[in-house]
Design a protein around this ligand. Sequence first.
Ligand SMILES: [Zn+2]
Length: 375
Amino acid sequence: MTRKKRMRLSKKGIGILTFLVVIVVAVGIFVGWNFVETNTYASLGYSKEAIQTIRKEHLGDQIKEIGENATLNTVLKSAAFQKDNFDFYQKIGNYTYTDLADAINRVKDKGYNEEEADAILRSGDDASLTHFLSLDYQQEVMDFLQFDYAKLENMERYYDYQQRELTSDEDTVTYVNIGLDKDFYTDYEVIHDYSVTVLANKYNQLSENYVPDDLVDIPEEYCLNPDQKMTVEARDAFIEMAKKAKEDGLNLQIRSSYRTYEDQEAIYNDYKEMYGERRADSIAARPGFSEHQTGLVIDIATSQTSIFSQTEEYRWMKDHAYLYGFIQRYPEGKSDITGYNNEAWHYRYVGVDIATAMRDTDLTYDEYYVRYLDK
Ligand SMILES: [Zn+2]
């Protein structure tokens, strides 16, 4: 009797025990599987919030197939995430919009395909995107946005300029980015930051108190006029170049180098008084707009009298200047772009890498800058 009862109790106990074990194992498998899944997504770079959306929207299989994708990680966190746009999102780069998912949704809604959407989002910011999307759908948008230096904020100016000037797509983007669709001096930025690649032209003014902090004297033996200064890097490059020229039997002399804002003001006003504003503008920069204020520029001569473009030294500079980081800044036939007549004597230091890269192109520094340095 006692034995039988114990047996019965034992059977019941085993039943309960089995049930508990099954529950514990099931929970264990579930937790373990969850853990492995979460780790899989995390190892692909997805954040905790993104993983929550992946689970909620049952996107696990797709995510595992796609793998790491920075855009998906960004948009999956957003309240604007739309499951229907999942395939579209993954083909777009991870750009810095306040809400990337919302930005992509809006571009797609406007009718742009993935390739166009990617170019549009790459080329602008929140404000320029909102303005761009307020315009009609632009069928030929890739004509301009194929260039990675195209700017969404300039799209209307590209269309206008090309219609007016019949320029190629590439030149249109380049010229408008320089500012050439507007007259010289009518719309310009004021530069405050010093850098060896600084672009000073009729659309970019150096502030009145812009003075390079590493100006040094140029030894007198290299100068036709006293008290010449340049930045240390440009000066050293010039001396190295002048020494090499001397070995080749030539004499490079500096007529003019660093000029202050006030120096330029005096020069420009003298020309203006003599010739009037129009002619003065073609031969001298207005104060703040002269490259000479950067300390990276030299006007070269061989003597006080010769015309530099007719000298051996000029021919030598054409072949050798780039090796020392100098470029002829206002070449022949480019005055529509540079705003200056051909100046055979005016050289700008940009460093050896850029001077070398520019040598294989036919670009002015204005064009080179907007295409490769203004990103
Ligand atoms: Zn000059």
